[in-house]
Design a protein around this ligand. Structure first.
Ligand code: C5P
Length: 401
């Protein structure tokens, strides 16, 4: 019953296997799913919109700009409506377009505009599947969090034998059902720190930094979408926290440390995105400091390194740190991974214009003990999804050892 009441948008692209899609729709609806269908121009050569309309019980969508559709279910509404976007068959051309973010028809536009889980059942000639470009696109889409069903190997419509056959409708539906019951972080508890901290100088002044909290909040949102329970411990920020996170607002590094330590015993994963002040003023003035002297000297003392202390606990959660660097990014990040005894670190180069601190975009180099992944510049929302997919994968690997 995993698909019961799920809203599934079936995208059909132009391959011979498209003739099997009415059967996919029938099997999905038999499981209680609601199905809507988007056909590309190529797909309409292989399967009739009318038969898909009959089996799905809904009008079939084919045009990006269709007056009638835009008044009712236009591309953005369809993108918002779907819980799952299933593309079957997905051609090599469709994979290439999605991997590049091209949006020149209804289906590719929906892909960019949706928060739904995306699942592709590829179908193509075996040489096309093995082609380097297709394999690179596969890898890139997997990094974006796209799941793949198949392809199967065997005899192909063109007479070749090899991988590239679309998985049979029954197996597509059962794979989809299995995936839907298994959100990657289902039931896991994540503690996430975000934003800056503020270290008081006197009752009216403080030392802080430019962190906006956007990256941490996006990670919290991505984890919730993967079924996790999230405790978000945030310094002073102006953005709204994700609706389903338990948010604890703190001001200083010391308060952040105490809040983290209170919640960490119940945590499976700790993600430290906060830009914690490394130092605090040693003697905070009780009254406002007057500008009577020519020179003012403040003495700072070290704040606790929250991440390092969490990773040093006797049974630490899976720990993920961030490293914002302005030079030798990879070397410093690898140093932190080792010295702080982390499971994973996400490094970014703060000198890259338009990325990182206080911006909506970022690029990350994610490193763990036996692998790494470069995540190219993207919105913090998209980057967070990819990062959470990597965290889930490495966390589940570690747990299964
Ligand atoms: O050593 P550095 O401050 O560069 O390490 C950055 C990482 O450590 C980030 O993940 C940050 O959230 C975390 N950190 C922390 N407590 C501190 C300083 C940094 O949790 N006092």
């Amino acid at each position: 019953m995993q698909l019961f009441n799920k809203k599934i948008l079936l995208g059909i692209t132009g391959g011979i296997a498209a003739y099997k899609t009415p059967d996919v729709v029938r099997k999905l609806t038999a499981q209680g799913a609601q199905v809507r269908v988007v056909l590309t121009r190529g797909a309409a050569e292989f399967v009739s919109p009318l038969s898909l309309q009959a089996v799905s019980g809904n009008p079939v969508h084919t045009q990006l700009l269709d007056e009638q559709a835009e008044a009712g279910m236009g591309h953005i509404e369809l993108a918002k409506w779907a819980d799952i976007l299933l593309i079957a068959p997905a051609t090599a051309n469709c994979m290439a377009k999605l991997a590049q973010g091209l949006a020149d028809d209804l289906l590719t536009t929906i892909y960019l505009a949706t928060d739904a889980r995306v699942c592709l059942a590829p179908a193509m000639n075996q040489k096309m599947w093995k082609a380097r470009a297709t394999q690179e696109n596969l890898h890139r889409l997997q990094l974006h969090g796209v799941d793949f069903i198949g392809p199967d190997a065997g005899e192909q419509a063109c007479g070749d034998v090899g991988p590239g056959r679309m998985v049979e409708p029954e197996a597509i539906v059962s794979s989809l059902a299995a995936m839907s019951g298994d959100d990657k972080l289902a039931g896991k508890h994540l503690v996430i720190t975000a934003g800056p901290t503020r270290e008081p100088i006197d009752p009216v002044r403080y030392v802080s930094n430019h962190s906006s909290g956007k990256m941490g909040f996006a990670i919290a949102q991505a984890a919730i979408e993967q079924g996790a329970r999230v405790t978000l411990i945030a310094g002073p920020v102006t953005i709204a926290p994700p609706a389903n996170a338990t948010t604890i607002s703190v001001t200083t590094a010391q308060q952040m440390y105490e809040a983290v330590m209170r919640h960490i015993p119940q945590a499976d994963i700790f993600v430290a995105t906060a830009a914690v002040a490394d130092y605090k003023v040693s003697d905070v003035a009780e009254n406002k400091i007057k500008k009577s002297d020519e020179k003012l000297t403040l003495t700072f003392v070290k704040n606790p390194d929250i991440l390092k202390e969490v990773a040093a606990l006797p049974s630490p959660p899976f720990t993920v740190g961030f490293a914002a660097e302005s030079q030798d990014v990879e070397a410093y990040a690898r140093g932190k991974l080792r010295n702080k005894k982390l499971d994973m670190i996400a490094a970014n180069d703060i000198t890259r214009e338009g990325l990182g601190f206080n911006s909506d975009e970022n690029a990350l180099h994610v490193i763990w003990h036996d692998g790494d992944e470069h995540l190219p510049p993207a919105s913090k929302t998209d980057l967070a999804k990819t990062l959470i997919a990597l965290v889930a994968k490495q966390y589940n690997n570690k747990m299964s050892k």
